[in-house]
Design a protein around this ligand. Sequence first.
Ligand code: LMR
Length: 393
Amino acid sequence: MLEYLPEQSPDGILQLMQQLRADPRPHTVDLGVGVYRDASGNTPVMRAVRQAQERLNSTETTKTYTALEGDSAFLSAMQTLVLDDERGAHIAAIATPGGTGAVRLGFDLVRMAWPDARVFHTDPTWANHLSILAYLGMEAVPFRYFDAASHGIDMDGMLQDLAQLREGDVVLLHGCCHNPTGADLNATGWQALIRAINAAGAVPMIDLAYLGLGDGIDADAAGLRAVCAACPEVLIAVSCSKNFGLYRERVGALLVQAPDARAQRLAQGAMTHLNRQTYSFPPDHGARLAQMVLDDPALCRDWQDELAEMRGQITALRGALAAALRARSNSDRFDFITAHRGMFSMIGASPAQVTQLREDHGIYMTRDARINIAGLGVDDVPHLARAMLDVGL
Ligand code: LMR
């Protein structure tokens, strides 16, 4: 039977990681997968997470199962972190393996509730969003978002495309630090989006994978919180991979805002069922570390401080790269890099230029010319700036 399996095309981001590992050149620059690196090139275990881990090691008395929906203390810590509101909203929640687990089960939930729902997504979006939707056989509809000329948002195009929304369609958004472009909506943009969604009776679904890596936790969550205040139903896929540095532990949660207690109960039942059907109990170790950090005031403060250091480094690297490009090109055409937020920026290189950057300069980025600023070493900034101009950017 196995010979009937279809050949799978490799995931672009993961293929790039393999290609880089096989590159024999002594100096390469990895701007591929979205992983933060500190000044010495390491992806550290965050201080507060390490402390929580030590505490857990010495106090944990059992590895028996948690609840099917995940540990309730973790879920309420996630809810407080993301929503921080006193509205008494009706929230259903499950723990998931990473943010991707939450995205996948969020789509599953939509399909279960409204089989004909189309999923409108920013053009471009994270490649795996599209891959999961295709796998589930759900219709994906791109809407204009990124304006390649200004490297900002195409507001008019976005609103024109969202005029096609129908009741029950889902609008998949990035809470902050848009992946892959780096271009985020401002408060006015979020409000216009909310009006378009509510006018159609559509449902927003927000992928929140980079909270705290843009302008800070509250600033990064502001758009999402405005959506929750204005829309009756909202799905939120939360990841703790990047902001807690818990990548391989697979820590995530799906939070669903329901309009009333009955819808909340139905959503909670369906979500718990989806956990059971997919992998039974969600993993708990990393979730517990995140919860311990969030619930302990001293650890939480230290985590927020370290997150601010990471964010500061990303902002400084953005500034350094834009300055190096300004000096070398004698123009301000790369200043958009400082306006972008989070780990990524799309630099506008063609696929041929991306190949040339890799082959001639040892600089690795995804085919869509997304660079991971958080993976850039400060010493590599002049090399990157020189190479970008060398390939004709
Ligand atoms: C990325 O976009 O690089 C990250 O979200 C990692 C991944 O799983 O693709």
